[in-house]
Design a protein around this ligand. Sequence first.
Ligand code: ATP
Length: 321
Amino acid sequence: MTATLPYAPRAEAAPVEMKLEQVSRWFGNVVAVNDVSMTVRPGVTGLLGPNGAGKSTLIHLMSGFLPPSSGTVTVNGEPTWHNESIYRRIGLVPEREAMYDGVSGWNFVLANAKLHRLPDPRAAAQRAIETVDMQAASSRDVGTYSKGMKQRIKMATALVHDPDVLLLDEPFNGMDPRQRLQLMDLMTELGRSGRVVLFSSHILEEVEQIAAGIEVMVAGRHAASGDFREIRRLMTERPHQYTIRSSDDRALAAALIADGSTSGVELGHKTGSPLLNVQATDFNRFAHRLPVFARERGIRLYEVTPADESLEKVFSYLVNR
Ligand SMILES: Nc1ncnc2c1ncn2[C@@H]1O[C@H](COP(=O)(O)OP(=O)(O)OP(=O)(O)O)[C@@H](O)[C@H]1O
């Protein structure tokens, strides 16, 4: 993908702003998005959340292709739902999309340029294809593309009309490391040029690499918002559960209770062998004190395992704070 962007920067005096106000969306009894309010500004924003959190639904609501059950989504004050003038300002890269296997990449992008009724659809398609570095393969049928190539052609389709807002649903899925870096560069450039670039992911490290702002979604709700330092802090400051096996669990338990870096210590058994379940409230202190206690008391630590490190648990903590 090209390092220099062939698209003009947006005027700083009138920044693009996407606003969600108390947006909910339900499907029958399922509440996919629950009372979400947020403002997304120019630059790269990561929408982080576990599977099923409502990220795809939120992106479709933002794009104007899905109506909110309640609340509003606006771009600079104009509602996105069913608004043709706004469609020209938004580009969407969906996660799953039935692509016509028998159509060439070129024709796929060109068809979208025509749908947008661009004055010179061929020039627009050419520019978008060059931007994602797909010139060499553009005459081949989409059915012969790798997942990463399909992703790039979808990106070209979303860019063809030079949108102010680019929404990408899990864009790095199926990409190799080189393609991933190229896409990250392109997204960063688009963000720098004054565009709103929002992408979803369930991988914190991926989001941290390029997103200036992170919005966290869990179970349909907007759970947290901030830069990656704030989100990291929220995640490390939460109580941590550990399973410990040692040569003297009882003595270790007594020392930990007396110390105050834990809120719960419990002796237990798993598959016949004794263990200690610990809830550490002050993670840094606990990590520092545990080996000191063991050494002072001549206790051997056989195993210290985090019991709740799955991303789902971390996310659910953020929501239930
Ligand atoms: N068209 C639909 N009909 C019924 N339920 C839906 C529909 N779309 C989404 N849902 C439900 O809404 C919830 C949120 O789904 P959504 O796809 O938005 O989450 P997600 O965070 O994007 O997850 P994933 O990363 O797995 O796609 C899920 O419980 C899902 O089953």
